[in-house]
Design a protein around this ligand. Sequence first.
Ligand code: BES
Ligand code: MN
Ligand code: MN
Length: 462
Amino acid sequence: MMDSVLCWADKNRDQFLAGLKKWLSIPSISAQPDHRGDVAAAAEWLRDEARSIGMNAEVVPTAGHPVVLITTPEGLAPKGAPHILIYGHYDVQPPEPLELWESPPFVPTVRDGILYARGAVDDKGQVHCHLSALTAWKQINGGFPCRISMIIEGEEEVGSPNFMSVVNARKDFFKTAKTLIISDTSIYSRDVPTLTYGLRGLVGTEMVLHGANTDLHSGAYGGTVANSGHALCEMVARLHDPQGRVTVPGFYDDVIPLTEKERQMWKQLPYSDEQFAKDLGVTELFGEVGYTTLERKYGRPTLEINGITCGYQGPGNKTVLPNRASCKITCRLVPGQDAEKIMDRLQEYLRRIKPAGVTMEFTYRTKGSPSCLTPLESPAMEAAGEAMKLAFGKMPVFKREGGSIPVPAWFKESLNIDSVLIGFGLPDDRIHAPNEKFELCQYYAGIKACAALYALLAEKLK
Ligand code: BES
Ligand code: MN
Ligand code: MN
């Protein structure tokens, strides 16, 4: 049965791609209030698409953007088949800067077997792998090997602030799920299929410094009162030591060290610092001493400035002493670290190192995304491994990711359900950047992996 499903999926690639392109053309940018209507339209598109393959589907409103909940109707899965849950997101990051896109971000375009669009791989394209796999199962088999539910949200790119309220309102329903499948990561490289077993967490804030009560002429006032820009730079410069370590006191206190087994496992991955630097166009790499690049990226916490604003940036010269400077800061967290505690310590440290002559405020602090680790050995992981082998020709290796998705940790904590992170993107897909892409061979292999996964899960989880 599975073979004919995979075969049908292969033959109907064009139809799947056409559907995905329609979805990608809706600019569901969750961060931008002007796009509220588009976010809603993308949710409705997904609902209608799911209904067209015979699933139950509803758009569940939240205090923010809606969640789409898709469930298997009675009779479309064998009696007693395991309940499996698929999580993903249909919202996308802002596409700016627009002028760097070779084709417009919301005009999905295929060039040389590669699909370009915002959301192509993060995450509409990967959610669409599951939709397409379900379509193939329904077409060939009249139903699915498992009882499959999908919960696809519209606020992942803004920290999933309302997601758990939907889950908590239907806890009894979600509790019956045996595993949470997430396709929102990438494989290690083109010829190294991978399963991901860990993600870093995230927490962020904005710091604003105020100097005098107005901008000042730098001749009339320079040398008499503090310049907010200088104060900010001084502070930022004190956030790392020369060894690339974060200087916030206690920052590393709760970090669970990497195991020797993990470090060995990652050393087996094909990797070269030189190539990595070359691909990124930098002359040297940066980071905490004592750890390899992969270790720093997968398993060490970091602190980053994401944006700095101060003073005049327009054409020409302006002799001004700016009275306001601000910066956005995020920390990636690893297992053991608590988002609230880290943010408390960071803000306390910033208050302490603030130079005299400026005042400081924090305008917000994000809801933290906890890090997660999933078991390497479980029936669901085995099923995922075999599904990857079927689709990509090789047994996958295990890696972590430096990026963040809060949902797996929340599901573990509140429902004790483990996640399987089975993603199909490539590491150079330019997620969040101009010219985001999803290579069609990855998309099609992803559809295959999903279709196989459902059958393998039915077998292993029964
Ligand atoms: N799909 C990504 C997470 C990801 C990033 C996985 C890199 C693998 C590699 C997700 O959509 C994302 O971008 N998460 C944000 C979280 C945030 C905006 C709250 C992130 O990691 O910055
Ligand atoms: Mn994503
Ligand atoms: Mn993202």
